[in-house]
Each structure stands twice: as structure tokens, then as C-alpha cells.
Design a protein around this ligand. Structure first.
Ligand code: PTJ
Length: 254
């Protein structure tokens, strides 16, 4: 008999870790992806391992932004393919967003494994695989600069979960709206995205799917108002305050 129930945040966190290790063993995740997970876990712990009020506000704004987009694209990397492939495909269908595989550490074998996983989870069209339609996004040194002309390059809204800072800045410079999931409210991606969901992607993604479904019945004015009233900088500051308060509380207990 386990001493801690399965629903306990600590146990959930260990299950997420196992998913990522399993994804690494199946060739989806880069070695560096394991390090990114470690960093995420540390912030998740400091945030209380639950979806807070600020994350819920960001999720609502993200859903509105996706529904208002003319051409939304979801960028998929190794960690996302390992952690929530089913949900990412569901989100793309719910919001009519295209899926594009875009890797920081490009590797054809890993790309193929990611595509196979997405297809096994119901994806039909996956961009980022055709050399003939690939082009370069200016301002990026890493392999992430290679994007699809009919995908990220042409998109007006791009979802970039677990991202490095350079591409977020480059996407903003290219005039795109950027939505990210990042547990670190201080990261460059968090600070430069239009909408930052500071929560574990494995928790927040289901909420984003639900919110997109709920808001899909609303008209353009209502959706635009949700976006206009959302303040990313304020939200991020509140996340940092939350971390500070959690630390103070824990230090008192100790
Ligand atoms: O598959 P690839 O080659 O595209 O590489 C993907 C990684 C994740 C390795 C690459 O994008 C990378 O190195 O990312 P960073 O710079 O380590 O940034 C990842 C950010 O995501 C960090 O700020 C982490 O705190 C955060 N993070 C990690 N796990 C989660 C997370 N945020 C939300 N949910 C998580 N589960």
C-alpha cells in the first residue's frame, strides 16, 4: 500500500518525471530536455504544484487569443511530445491550430519519433517535415530557426511550450503573438511572450482545451475584451510574489 495517495502533488510530479524519462528512452526527448524538466520541477515545487489564479487568467487569455487567430500554430518539441501528445493534438483540433515540429536540438531520428507519436495520437497534418517548404526565421542561431513557410513563418499566433528565449524574441520581432507554458516566471520566454501560462504544461493543457471549448461560443468582442484586460507583466509579478510567499511560509515551518 502506498503511503501517499496517487492524487498527491508529489506523486503526480514523480509520474510526470517518469513520462519524460520514458519519452527519452523512446527517442523523443533530448538529453537537455531532462535538464529542462528538472528546472521546471524546481519552479513547480516553489509554486505549490497546483494551477494558481494567475495561470487560470493566462489560460483564459490564451484560449481567447487562439480563437481570434487567423492562423494559429502550435510548435511541438521533444518534451511536449513525451508529456502530453494526446492533449496537444486535441488542442490543435479544438482551436484549428496547425501542428509544427520544431526542435532546438535538431535530429532527424528524433523528429521522426515525435511525428510518429503525434500521428498515433490522432494528428493528421504535421508541419516541419518538408524541406521544400522550409525557411529561416531571422534572429535565431539555433536549429529552431528552420520553420515551415506554411506554418510558424506565416502564423499570426504561435504557441511555444517549454521554449528558449531567443525564438520568442524572434517571433515577437516578426510580429507574431506568442503564447507559452513556462514554470519559470523569470525566464526570457516568460518575460517576452504575450501570454505566459506559468504552470506545468501537463496540468494547464487540459484547462486550455476546456477553456477554448467554452469560449468558442463567444463573439469576437467578448474574446478581444478578455485579451485586452489581460496583463502579462502583472501576472508574472504575481507569480514571483507567490513564490516568495511560499518560500517564507516553508521557511517558517522549518
Ligand atoms: O526537443 P528540443 O530539441 O526542442 O528541446 C526542448 C528543450 C526543452 C530541451 C529546450 O527548449 C530547452 O532547452 O528549453 P529550456 O531553455 O531549458 O527552457 C525550458 C523552460 O521550460 C524552463 O524555463 C523550465 O522551467 C520550463 N519547464 C520545464 N518543464 C516544464 C516547464 N514549463 C512548464 N511545464 C513543464 N512540464
Amino acid at each position: 500500500m502506498p503511503l501517499i495517495p496517487k492524487s498527491h502533488p508529489r506523486v503526480k510530479s514523480l509520474l510526470i518525471r517518469e513520462k519524460l524519462v520514458d519519452g527519452f528512452e523512446r527517442g523523443l526527448v533530448a538529453k537537455e530536455g531532462l535538464l529542462a524538466q528538472g528546472r521546471g520541477e524546481a519552479f513547480d515545487y516553489l509554486l505549490g504544484e497546483k494551477t494558481g489564479k494567475t495561470a487560470k487568467q493566462a489560460i483564459k487569455a490564451a484560449a481567447a487569443q487562439l480563437l481570434l487567430a487567423k492562423m494559429p500554430v502550435i510548435s511541438v518539441n521533444g518534451n511536449i511530445a513525451a508529456l502530453c501528445p494526446k492533449q496537444i493534438v486535441k488542442l490543435s483540433k479544438q482551436t484549428k491550430a496547425k501542428l509544427e515540429v520544431n526542435l532546438f536540438y535538431a535530429n532527424q531520428k528524433r523528429k521522426n519519433a515525435i511525428i510518429k507519436t503525434l500521428k498515433n495520437n490522432g494528428a493528421r497534418e504535421i508541419l516541419g517535415t518538408n524541406h521544400k517548404t522550409s525557411t529561416k526565421l531571422p534572429g535565431i542561431d539555433s536549429d529552431r530557426r528552420i520553420v515551415d513557410k506554411n506554418g510558424i513563418f506565416a502564423a499570426d499566433v504561435v504557441v511555444v511550450p517549454l521554449e528558449d528565449g531567443d525564438r520568442t524574441i524572434a517571433l515577437r520581432k516578426a510580429g507574431k503573438k506568442v503564447i507559452t507554458f513556462d514554470l519559470n516566471p523569470l525566464s526570457r520566454t516568460s518575460q517576452t511572450a504575450n501570454i505566459t501560462i506559468v504552470d506545468n504544461v501537463t496540468r494547464a493543457i487540459d484547462l486550455l482545451i476546456d477553456e477554448s471549448k467554452k469560449l468558442s461560443k463567444k463573439n469576437i468582442n467578448v474574446l478581444q475584451k478578455i485579451i485586452d484586460e489581460f496583463d502579462n507583466k502583472k501576472n508574472l509579478t504575481e507569480n514571483v510574489i507567490q513564490i516568495k510567499n511560499n518560500l517564507t511560509r516553508r521557511a517558517r515551518i522549518a
